[in-house]
Design a protein around this ligand. Structure first.
Ligand SMILES: [Zn+2]
Length: 225
């Protein structure tokens, strides 16, 4: 989970217009314009788990609307989520961090500890003790580990994707460290891409660099600005 800027773009304007019309006509907020704008804004990633290989996209209300039209059709309350996360959050976690307002990485440290089997563990360390941070950590725990038999299976797949992405990223850093001049530049470009907002599981990759900023100050520079 990372901070995402809710920019005003052509697509977001169209989404806001379509929401207003849908509200007036008592139609669904799930319009093609809303979907297009959310996809652009969240880079096709689920805002909670940061997975990009999604087969079931859903529109999530940050504050559960419970029938309240104001919340239901409010563009600022709509987020792009995968089915797994949307069905995990439901209306059980409130409030959680609004990632379009706050820098999530200043509130939670995303870490993968250990390397093999049972020794591997994802950790979401709280950096403040606000209710929203506490709820978000509980939600992320449930997202990445599951609570029902089906959700546990989905969470296993999610962790596998995360593990592969992180392994690849670590390999780039290792190669970068060992590479000669020109090659070094190639790996630096790859690493920079992996640290961008659009990259899957960016919070984990950035925290890996943050935790090694003394070793890689030049890579840390990509995320500290
Ligand atoms: Zn998700």
């Amino acid at each position: 989970m990372i901070k995402i800027t809710r920019r005003t773009t052509e697509k977001s304007q169209k989404a806001i217009d379509s929401l207003q019309k849908a509200r007036e006509r008592h139609q669904s907020y799930n319009t093609p314009e809303v979907n297009a704008a959310l996809r652009e804004m969240f880079y096709g990633k689920c805002y909670l788990c940061e997975n990009k290989q999604i087969t079931l996209y859903q529109i999530e209300h940050l504050i559960p609307h419970r029938g309240n039209a104001e919340l239901k059709y409010d563009w600022n309350n709509l987020f792009l989520a995968c089915g797994h996360c949307n069905n995990t959050k439901l209306d059980k976690y409130e409030p959680i961090i609004d990632c379009t307002q706050e820098n999530v990485e200043e509130k939670i440290a995303f870490q993968k500890k250990g390397y093999f089997g049972s020794d591997e563990e994802l950790a979401f360390d709280m950096l403040d003790f606000e209710a929203a941070t506490q709820n978000t950590v509980k939600l992320l725990q449930e997202v990445y580990y599951g609570s029902t038999p089906q959700k546990k299976m989905e969470a296993t797949i999610l962790r596998r994707l995360l593990r592969k992405e992180l392994a690849e990223f670590k390999e780039y850093v290792r190669e970068y460290q060992e590479a000669e001049k020109e090659e070094k530049e190639d790996f630096r470009c790859l690493i920079k891409q992996c640290l961008q907002d659009s990259s899957p599981f960016a919070a984990f990759k950035r925290w890996l660099i943050r935790d090694h900023k003394e070793t890689y100050p030049e890579l840390y520079a990509y995320i500290s600005t």
